[in-house]
Design a protein around this ligand. Sequence first.
Ligand code: AHR
Length: 508
Amino acid sequence: MEKATVILDRDFIVAAVDEKVFGSFVEPLGRCIYHGIYEPGHPKADAHGFREDVLEVIKPLNLTLNRFPGGNYTSTYRWEDSIGPVEQRPWRAEPAWYCIETNEFGINEFADWSKRNGSGIMMTVNLCTRGILDAMYVLEYCNFPKGTYWSDLRIAHGYPEPHGIKYWCLTNEIDGPWQVGHTTGTAYGMLAREASRGMKRVDKSIKTVLAGSSNPGMPTYPSFDAAALEESYEDIDYLSVHHYLSNAKKDTPNYLAKPLSTDKFFRDTVSTIDYVKAKLRSRHTVNISFDEYNTWHGVSESDEQRHEEEKIWAVAPPLLEDAYCQEDTVALGGMLITILRHADRVEIACMSELVNCISHIRTSASGVWVLPPYYAWLHFSKYGRGTSLVTRIDSPKYDSTDYTGVPYLDAAAVLADSGDLAVFAVNRSLDESLPLELKLRGFSRYRVEEHIVVESAGPKDTNTEREPRKVTPHSRGNAAIDGGLVSASLPRLSWNVIRLKKIQGSAE
Ligand code: AHR
């Protein structure tokens, strides 16, 4: 294959990467919470019932923010079911996922777990089937110091200190007809505006997130977003959008190109936001909260059958547990690169979801293991903090079913405060390695610290409980530096991180 080149110039920056892009999402769906992060009685559970073996694989992700509790789950969410003495909490039919919700794990348990994990919380309120006052009440319960009905109730429940939750999603995917309470952009925008105003009267330090489109393929995208923004622009802080990439059609070259549509989704969403800003002559800037993203191939036939036959209306059934494999690492890698490329406007990003369901972390009664895309996410979080740089890419290309001129290479680069550089790169070719030439401009005296590679013998290779280390990262990548030129060969279907260390004492 012909070589690809990337030019990096120290003066050409996108923006500082917001630390809130290293977030995730925890929904009471399938085995994400129950049998996932929380399993009282499990030999590895602590006194709260939090699984320590699961925490051990979550902690290295260094998550800054976790969205909770939904998701579709919030459309009929009654938050007060999940507080107070556990034995008095009602069990409910949860109609979004046809599960039974025991409410054993609620707001306070999530706050305790988040503290244990060291992550912040982004909370979703139900504006689908409840309303403004209810949103103000849950905020009062969580954040009000003391001396009111809801704050004193929290204190009576054993939480004298407010939870101090700063980020609040004003419901979820209300553009989707599958949502109980689905409505139009205009009606929703008016409701969200009033909810946001009311909530900010209770706690003016919070930031609110308007629910935008659930995916760019929605027939109402982007008009729903524009209409909702027009009603609420000055009163909200972020616009939420979601995107999942699927290889349900088993067309891998096309699947690997799909992050290009995430890129377009961001560009179009920014245009929509800025159009409304211009129309309203506003000085306020709304940014993107990409609070659900991942690859997701849908329910497999056998899962669906099992669900139909035995799991419907069950407590915490195994739902949406795709066997994520190496090709998902590369597709997800493309999404992570895209988030970095849009660091100027994407300020929040939450991997959906954290454990078991639509997740790269899998548990059984006896253990926990991670699927290959976990490593791309881990590297993104570990080395993606700093300033995102413009990557000027010139790559050989291919055509796929839905895309023409797909570059085999995609890449992003982050300059850390220490001066170290991390270059993230995917090679989308299923057959050939890709020679890479990286030209550094304005960077002097660097050495290659490490060239991390996640690759596998075949695109469907994955990890299982029996073979948990079949696909793991290695540091045998061949990146080498000579002055301002870094050369490397990126193995076929691989995720790469080239870490360049600034030689100390060197001036720019
Ligand atoms: O993450 C699974 C579901 O995907 C969420 O509940 C919903 O918001 C989205 O459609």
